[in-house]
Write a protein that binds this ligand. Structure first.
Ligand code: FAD
Ligand code: FES
Length: 359
């Protein structure tokens, strides 16, 4: 191991200024010493607005728990963009990860991948993270609820349970505008046919009801059709806020919130604040700007910096940055804090006066 470390640092010094990653990437693209990378092996556009990538991570990747997310970094027009995606494949393999990405109107990364992803493409891949995952001690009864791209983490949970031979009841309730928007329709129907313990209901929100009478958005009728004793199930829900709000309200009304786990992919509404009149100093870069009222992540990017980030919504913590001193507003809650030698998440913080950051 010592010899490996020595030779890698020697190689690093010989290859400056590009760094060993870049050279190894040219020589053998999947081999990277310091960063996680993945190679796209297969690309499928199974629905009108998604792309499904089968990828092979390099050796740095330590795997994931079903339901967790990874950060994917791609370079678009010379700018490195990072977003979070939840593997849809069963957990337990470190050599293959499936990602399904839904394109958003005007979305940079989702549309780039939907349009340009092809076998042989490489991107950065972080370690897996996130508290939304199947617990180590598997619950006997599990209910999965998803809408749109929120299907990915709950599908990972379903596939993992099936791979483990889980015998307990599993309910799966999915919402999507129509069959042409559903990248996993055939697989889920086959799973439900072949596994008597799996009950599946899909609501095509823009199409007529199915044979179970499932139509429209989340309702008590859907729950009754699929899992009438839902209080006995551990429930994992992922989708847009309106779905999660409806599910939370129902579970709270039934006094069973502790059995509900939710994850949202949608950026939250930030508390708007006018420019504070303060100065933002990015000390390590020697850059100074007048506060324009946006988040510190946006202000750093507008100043030409490229801070580490992922979800841009306060979940992944990858934008955590040291504050030497300053007054900062939490853009989720509106709370203002005076900080000396502390840490903030740049994506959900805006200045409320002068701020000096180690960036
Ligand atoms: C933990 C986590 C896991 C995720 N897993 C997946 C996944 O498996 N598959 C997947 O497709 N996406 C997933 N996402 C969402 C993904 O990270 C990006 O937000 C999404 O791909 C849009 O990125 P973009 O660059 O195309 O859009 P941007 O250029 O960042 O934004 C463009 C516009 O789209 C809006 N927008 C951005 N994200 C969303 C969203 N999720 N829903 C509605 N509007 C949005 C923005 O408000 C903006 O107006 C996940 C997000 C998180 C936080
Ligand atoms: S970018 Fe994910 S917490 Fe800020």
């Amino acid at each position: 191991l010592r010899r490996q470390i020595l030779s890698s640092s020697l190689l690093e010094s010989l290859t400056t200024p590009h760094g060993v990653d870049r050279y190894l990437e040219i020589l053998k693209p999947s081999y990277s010493l310091s960063d996680g990378r993945a190679e796209v092996l297969d690309v499928e556009r199974r629905s009108v607005d998604t792309v499904t990538l089968t990828t092979r991570p390099n050796r740095r990747f330590a795997g994931f728990e079903a339901g967790q997310f990874v950060r994917v970094g791609v370079e678009i027009n010379g700018v490195r963009e990072t977003r979070c995606y939840s593997p849809a494949s069963a957990a337990g393999r470190t050599d293959q990860v499936e990602l399904t990405i839904k394109s958003h109107p005007g979305g940079k990364v989702s549309n780039y991948l939907r349009e340009h992803a092809q076998p042989g493409m490489f991107f950065e891949l972080s370690d897996a993270d996130g508290d939304f995952h199947l617990p180590a001690e598997r619950p006997e009864r599990i209910l999965l609820i998803s809408a749109g791209s929120g299907i990915t983490p709950v599908l990972a949970i379903l596939r993992t349970l099936l791979a483990e031979g889980h015998a307990g009841p599993i309910g799966f309730l999915h919402y999507t505008p129509g069959a042409d928007h559903h990248p996993y329709r055939e697989e889920l129907e086959r799973i439900a046919r072949e596994n008597p313990n799996v009950a599946l209901a899909v609501s095509y929100t823009r199409e007529p009801a199915d044979e179970l009478g499932i139509e429209g958005h989340f309702s008590a009728a859907h729950l009754n059709a699929l899992a009438p004793e839902h209080g006995e199930y551990e429930t994992f829900a992922c989708g847009p806020e309106p779905l999660l709000d409806a599910v939370r309200a129902r579970w709270a009304g039934d006094g069973i919130e502790h059995r509900l786990h939710v994850e949202s992919f949608t950026p939250p509404l930030l508390v708007a604040a006018p420019a504070s009149g303060g100065t933002v100093r990015f000390a390590d870069s020697g850059v100074e700007v007048s506060d324009d009222g946006n988040t510190l992540l946006e202000q750093a990017e507008a100043a030409g910096l490229n801070p580490e980030h992922g979800c841009r919504m306060g979940i992944c913590r990858s934008c955590t940055c040291k504050v030497r001193a300053g007054v900062v507003r939490n853009a989720l809650t509106g709370d203002v804090l005076e900080i000396t030698d502390g840490e903030i998440q740049l994506c959900i913080s805006s200045p409320a006066g002068d701020v000096e950051l180690e960036l």
